[in-house]
Write a protein that binds this ligand. Structure first.
Ligand SMILES: [Zn+2]
Length: 496
């Protein structure tokens, strides 16, 4: 019968049950990276000689989480960013991202991938930020990192052709000469060249590693992109049928900036320019206008919800219950290790389950652990264009599976597996992880690389980078006063 199979025997599996999931003892048969069959324990076929058998009897077996939004370079400077609103936070964290070598980009991506595999995430969208624009070597480094560790990854290179100082926008007299690091006045690479780099990357990597690596295009935010860049990015997304992933209306200042630039709401402007489509991901989407939910629903665009990051940066609370009621496509993201400060989607799912109860008077509309779990798995897969690939334990889909030890505090006594997974587990019980049927984490450790050696290297690289960028941090901090004044002005315009 061809290649050997892998069997996960008699695990307590979270299987699709309507739009959510329910637990049932099941034996999973895996062939060629996919789930080939789901069997009642008593009726499961015997393994053939040479097959791999994983005993799941003491495990909860769930589809791996889909983290729809992070920025891997920040993994190398985790813990460095002060608690500030987005625009001031960006000043600081951007300074730490400058002048990265390909090896630093690789190590940063691996740090996040290890953390995610250890906390039950098997698919990640990396909205990869390279300062000041994507480079072929940098994109190659990040793709090679994910290929090496074996996680499923969607790589969305950030493009932008307006310096941040223009899009806040600061008074030119307020910008110190040569100040501000990447916030300064230095012109950015023309958008045509940026998109050529991204398109070459798409051609090289989209569908690579047996489909584990896909590519996307990641305009930073509409206000940071010229109209021709955004139109060309949407066209590239359509031509290659890839996701277009952008921060949209994360802060109140951004909403005011949209009105300054286009004389109308940002989402209305995007809809009129043909940018909203089923391939579009609106990340954060907090400061929306009346009518925006209709536009998003009509165009089939998707939303990525990042509740921990939103709280860390004081951005606000996304109107998730309304979006769920409208049937919008929604996934969850951690956002970066500088604004969370983790890549643990279990924690984000718990926040998504609970935080909206504070703003939603009718408890029937609360999100709760079942819906949060569905958003963290099949919801996210659909948002990233991977709904027929991953996100559910179902015959024909990739075997992206996480085995949680049931003899762990979160699961004893075991009364409600989904609630206990989302509300009680933190990743400590993750024992074995499979991506496309391959065991990439075993006994809680990555199988394909030496984690300890990587951590030692990361400590060294991080310290040297923080030291080397001291003058960039100092230059950036010269802008904090002007930035703060501009945020207040934009917030005032928005409140008018
Ligand atoms: Zn982000």
């Amino acid at each position: 019968m061809g290649t050997p199979a892998t069997w996960v025997r008699e695990g307590l599996c979270l299987l699709p049950d309507g739009a959510e999931h329910a637990a049932r003892r099941t034996t999973i048969e895996i062939r060629d990276g996919r789930i080939a069959g789901l069997h009642e324990p008593d009726a499961a076929p015997a393994a053939a000689p040479g097959d791999r058998v994983i005993d799941g009897r003491r495990h909860l077996v769930a589809s791996g989480f889909v983290n729809c939004h992070t920025h891997s370079p920040d993994n190398l400077i985790r813990g460095s960013a002060p608690d500030l609103p987005l625009e001031l936070w960006s000043l600081h964290s951007a300074a730490g991202r400058e002048e990265r070598s390909p090896r630093e980009i690789t190590v940063a991506a691996l740090l996040g991938a290890i953390e995610m595999l250890r906390t039950g995430t098997t698919t990640v969208l990396d909205h990869i930020r390279m300062s000041p624009h994507p480079t072929p070597e940098g994109l190659e480094a990040v793709a090679q990192a994910y290929a090496a560790i074996g996680i499923r990854a969607v790589i969305a290179p950030i493009v932008a052709d307006k310096p941040i100082v223009q899009t806040l926008p600061l008074d030119p007299d307020d910008i110190p000469p040569n100040g501000g690091g990447s916030y300064g006045r230095a012109p950015l690479m023309p958008w045509t060249e940026q998109l050529a780099i991204v398109e070459a990357f798409v051609r090289r990597w989209h569908g690579g590693e047996g489909g584990r690596i896909t590519a996307a295009i990641g305009p930073s935010g509409p206000q940071r992109c010229s109209d021709p860049l955004l139109a060309a990015a949407a066209e590239l997304s359509e031509r290659h049928d890839i996701v277009l992933h952008a921060h949209v209306l994360e802060t109140r200042a951004q909403r005011a900036m949209g009105f300054r630039l286009w004389g109308k709401g940002m989402v209305r402007s995007l809809a009129e320019r043909g940018i909203l489509s089923p391939r579009a991901n609106l990340v954060h989407f907090i400061w929306l206008e009346d009518g925006d939910l209709d536009l998003v629903a009509r165009h089939g665009a998707a939303v990525v919800h990042n509740p921990v990051s939103n709280a860390r940066l004081g951005s606000g609370i996304c109107r998730l219950p309304e979006m769920l009621a409208r049937g919008l496509r929604i996934g969850l993201g951690t956002d970066s290790a500088c604004c969370n400060d983790s890549n643990n989607l279990l924690e984000t799912a718990k926040w998504a389950s609970m935080v909206h109860a504070n703003t939603t008077p009718d408890h029937a509309d609360w999100v709760g652990p079942y819906r949060a779990h569905a958003l963290a798995t099949r919801g996210g897969a659909d948002v990233l264009g991977l709904g027929s690939v991953t996100g559910r334990i179902e015959a024909g889909l990739a075997a992206d599976l996480v085995l949680y030890r049931l003899d762990a505090p979160a699961f004893v006594p075991l009364i409600d597996p989904v609630r206990q997974l989302v509300h009680a587990e933190n990743g400590a019980s993750v024992d074995t992880v499979l991506v496309a049927g391959e065991v990439v984490l075993e006994n809680g450790r990555c199988t394909r690389l030496d984690e300890v050696a990587l951590w030692q290297e990361a400590e060294d690289l991080a310290r040297r980078r923080l030291e080397a960028n001291r003058s960039i941090y100092a230059a950036a901090s010269e802008l904090s006063g002007p930035v703060q004044r501009m945020i207040r002005r934009l917030q005032g315009e928005d409140a008018r």
